[in-house]
Structures are given as structure tokens and as C-alpha cells.
Design a protein around this ligand. Structure first.
Ligand SMILES: Nc1ncnc2c1ncn2[C@@H]1O[C@H](COP(=O)(O)OP(=O)(O)OP(=O)(O)O)[C@@H](O)[C@H]1O
Ligand SMILES: [Mg+2]
Length: 458
């Protein structure tokens, strides 16, 4: 095992030294630089488990660096150092893909816990995913598991279909991790989250000077996924114009960055996924038939949970063990029975959320059916609000503009409370789909996951 490395980008020598010292004390191999140019150089040379960067550097603002790392090194979390009290720049940094920010003057203990969280995030990724096999013993899930194993050995494009929350992304990851490409990158791309005018540059990269604003050469997602697997998530959301270009890239196994003269070969396996009915979209002329055939060489349908009710109990036990590793809480028989009856329109993700909320709300060490707060079979109103549930007074959720500062009096508590309410609301209105929630909040998926952890929402 090599020591994980951290990249520190800070031009104030004293502060940089202080950070370097505290990170070295955490058994990190620290590389400190004072400019963006040096940071880019370092990133090209080696991989980092973490990057801390000042927002303002002698050669520019660091937001493009944050964006670049998020795009090209998705396993390197970046945190940004911001001037005290400057919430706006902090938000900008988060939007650009930073997983957190540190306000100056830097509080060392705060910095340490941030670094620890970041390292846990990166460390957990591969290990957790590799061991989290698809849980379930129903014929449908056994079939899916067998198909995944077979697909892992092939290079064929795979199309994962299935309802939202049914495990499409997990299946795609497993295919990658069981495949010979496992040591290469797995690059999930949320096709619906990239603005149409940026798609080509995002996917294929661009050359410096190829359009206004293209100030440096920028590699695209295909280059980032070279040697690995790309998941085209929500592929149905790609506009037709981009579908043509994608088809070409897949067919030719080569791409041409915007402004480049020659094509360059890329070795990327494509897995696509969507909860929409792609075949129907083809019939309606909204999805190109030729691309459909290209990416749908093999279909892997992920069965909805309502069609494999026998998996509800094992999944429940599995999720419970993850949420409560010490095994302090258990589910009563009536709770299991209630779950077995429920429809799960949001599938496994919904089950995860139900259990998480139930654990948070349960009074003793047994979760009863009523703690699950399952929506009535035919709900006239949306599911009970997680927000209301978080609000012990049981009052209606406050208007977005009037947050309740319940946590405490400090500004920090107030901001946290604001954040929590906004995130819970967004989660709810997107049926706990984190990808969509992150999108709605204008932050990256990774940033959302980090904030959920930090706020103790999951
Ligand atoms: N069979 C399974 N065993 C264990 N965990 C599962 C299983 N299927 C899904 N999960 C978990 O459920 C959650 C949702 O799965 P995933 O993100 O893969 O769904 P999805 O189909 O991609 O959803 P969406 O359409 O909303 O993007 C994840 O936390 C995943 O780890
Ligand atoms: Mg998904």
C-alpha cells in the first residue's frame, strides 16, 4: 500500500506550510504548490487522494481546476479554501464540484475532519462497491447476476433498463468491476445533466482556441474513460444532434476533440442506462434507431422490486446491517409484513430511504410498522414529508425562504439548518433520486453525497 497523496494549492507560504504540516501528521504524502500551473503539472504526473486549493491564486481563480479534477479525476475530492464568511464563493466552489470548503482562517481540527471524510469517501468507493453484490435470491435477480457475470467478460455495449432505483447503476458498476477493465476508470455520465451546448466538448474535449473561452486544451469524458467503462446514464436525454456524434465515436472507437485536426483512438466500453422506455422513444422518433441498436447490443433488464417481493426481506436485512452495523435496532414482524405489502415505486432506493428514516425516528431498539411511515396504498397526497418528520413539533414545513434555526444560535448551525431543509425538500420532490436532487440543487452528485453524510441525513 502506498501512502495516499494530497495536493495543496495555496500561495500564502505560511498557510501552505501549516496545512502541509497537519496533513503530513495524518500520514499523507503532501505536495504543496503555489500556483494553478504547478497544480496542473502535479495532477498530470500522479494521482491524489485529495486536493485542497485556495480560491484565488496568483495565476487565476481555482474554480476551473476544481471542475477539471471533478471531471478528469473523479476519485480525487477537492476542497476549496475561501475567505471567511464568503458564502457566495463557497457555493460557487460546490457548484463547480468541490466536495466542501474551508473558511479562512483555517481551523486545524476542522481541516482534519474534512480530510478524514474525504479520505473515507475515496477509500470506500471501490471496496464498498466491490463487495456490495446485488442482494436477492429471486429468479429475476439470479438471472441478472448471471447475466452480469457473462457481460463482464465481453466488450459488447450493454443497455441496462429498469425503473428508477432498481439498481441500474449498481449493475453497471458490477459489470465494470468484474471485467478486465476493473483497474481502469469507471466514468458515469449523467447525460441529462450536461447542457446541450457543452455536450460535444464534455464528451470529446476541445483544443485551445477552438472557440471563445477555450483557453486551454481540455480532454473529454471519453479520454477520461480510456481503458475503462463509461456509463451513459439517462441516455434518453441526449439530444438527437449529440446522438449522431456519439454513434460515430462508438462505431469508429475514435473521437475528434473540438478544434483538433485528427481523430484519436479511445478504448472505452459503453454501458447505457435509462428508466425511460428507449424502444418507445425510437418509435416516436426521439431516439435514433441506429444508436439504439449500437448501444443495445445486450439488454440487462433490472427487475422492479414489486416483481420480486421475496427479495424485500433480504434487502431489508442487508440495508439495516449497513445502516446499523452494531445491530442495535431490529424490525418487528409487523414491519416486515408491511414492507412485503408495499409497492416500492422507487424500488431499492426507496427501501433504503424508508429504513433510514425509520431508524432515525424509532423510539426504542425495535422498528414497528408505523415507524416506517409507508404511504397509504393509494395515496391522495404525496408521501409523508421527510421534512415534517424531521420537525419534532410536527408543524408544516416552513416556507423555503423562512428557515427555522433549530440547531443552535451560531451562524454555522443556521447555515447547516438551511442546507438540511433545502436538501431534504429537494430529495423529497425528486423521490430520493440523488442524481436528480443534485441536479436540482445545482451541485454534483458527489457534493450531494458528501453533504448528506456530513449532515447525517444518511
Ligand atoms: N440488488 C441490490 N442489492 C443491494 N443494493 C441494491 C440493489 N439494487 C440496488 N441497490 C442499491 O439501491 C440504490 C439505488 O440503486 P441504483 O443507483 O443502482 O439505481 P438506478 O436504477 O440507477 O436508479 P435511477 O434510475 O434512479 O438512477 C443504490 O444505493 C444501490 O446500491
Ligand atoms: Mg441511476
Amino acid at each position: 500500500m502506498t501512502t495516499p497523496a494530497a495536493l495543496v494549492v495555496e500561495d500564502e507560504a505560511d498557510l501552505r506550510e501549516l496545512i502541509e504540516l497537519s496533513l503530513s501528521g495524518m500520514d499523507l504524502d503532501v505536495v504543496g504548490v503555489g500556483t494553478l500551473a504547478e497544480a496542473h503539472e502535479q495532477l498530470a504526473k500522479r494521482s491524489f487522494a485529495l486536493c485542497l486549493t485556495d480560491l484565488r491564486l496568483p495565476d487565476g481563480m481555482s474554480l476551473p481546476l476544481v471542475e477539471k479534477i471533478g471531471r478528469d479525476f473523479p476519485h480525487t475530492p477537492v476542497a476549496v479554501l475561501t475567505a471567511y464568511g464568503n458564502v457566495e464563493t463557497a457555493v460557487q466552489a460546490l457548484k463547480a464540484g468541490a466536495f466542501d470548503f474551508v473558511a479562512k482562517p483555517v481551523d486545524i481540527s476542522q481541516l482534519r475532519s474534512l480530510v478524514q471524510t474525504a479520505l473515507r469517501l475515496t477509500a470506500n468507493l471501490p471496496a464498498e462497491d466491490a463487495s456490495t453484490r446485488l442482494i436477492g435470491e429471486s429468479p429475476a435477480i439470479l438471472q441478472a447476476r448471471a447475466t452480469i457475470k457473462k457481460l463482464a467478460r465481453s466488450q459488447a455495449p450493454v443497455y441496462v433498463s429498469g425503473e428508477s432505483g432498481s439498481g441500474k447503476e449498481l449493475a453497471a458498476r458490477l459489470i465494470h468491476e468484474l471485467s478486465p477493465r476493473a483497474s481502469g476508470p469507471f466514468v458515469p455520465v449523467n447525460c441529462g445533466a450536461i447542457p446541450a451546448e457543452l455536450l460535444e466538448s464534455e464528451f470529446f474535449g476541445h483544443k485551445k482556441g477552438s472557440f471563445t473561452g477555450a483557453t486551454v486544451d481540455k480532454p473529454g469524458l471519453f479520454q477520461a474513460a480510456d481503458g475503462g467503462t463509461m456509463l451513459l446514464d439517462e441516455v434518453a436525454d441526449l439530444p438527437l444532434s449529440m446522438q449522431v456524434k456519439l454513434l460515430r465515436a462508438i462505431q469508429e472507437k475514435a473521437i475528434r476533440p473540438i478544434g483538433a485536426h485528427a481523430e484519436q483512438a479511445v478504448d472505452v466500453r459503453i454501458i447505457s442506462a435509462t428508466h425511460k422506455n428507449l424502444h418507445e422513444l425510437v418509435d416516436k422518433g426521439e431516439f435514433r434507431q441506429d444508436l439504439y441498436y449500437r448501444i443495445n447490443v445486450i439488454e440487462l433488464p433490472m427487475p422492479p422490486l414489486s416483481e420480486r417481493r421475496e427479495d424485500i426481506a433480504p434487502l431489508t436485512r442487508h440495508i439495516l446491517a449497513k445502516l446499523d452495523p452494531a445491530g442495535r435496532t431490529s424490525l418487528s414482524d409487523d414491519a416486515y409484513a408491511a414492507l412485503a405489502e408495499y409497492d416500492f415505486p422507487g424500488n431499492i432506493r426507496e427501501l433504503e430511504n424508508i429504513l433510514e428514516r425509520a431508524l432515525a425516528l424509532a423510539e426504542g431498539d425495535v422498528v414497528h410498522a408505523e415507524d416506517l411511515r409507508l404511504p397509504a396504498p393509494r395515496p391522495a397526497t404525496p408521501a409523508p414529508s421527510a421534512l415534517a418528520a424531521m420537525n419534532p413539533a410536527g408543524s408544516a414545513p416552513p416556507a423555503a425562504s423562512e428557515p427555522t434555526a433549530a440547531g443552535g444560535d451560531s451562524l454555522e448551525d443556521y447555515i447547516e439548518q438551511l442546507e438540511r431543509e433545502r436538501i431534504l425538500k429537494a430529495l423529497e420532490s425528486h423521490r430520493y433520486n440523488k442524481t436528480k436532487t443534485a441536479e436540482a440543487l445545482g451541485i454534483t452528485f458527489r457534493a450531494l453525497r458528501y453533504r448528506l453524510k456530513k449532515l447525517g441525513i444518511e
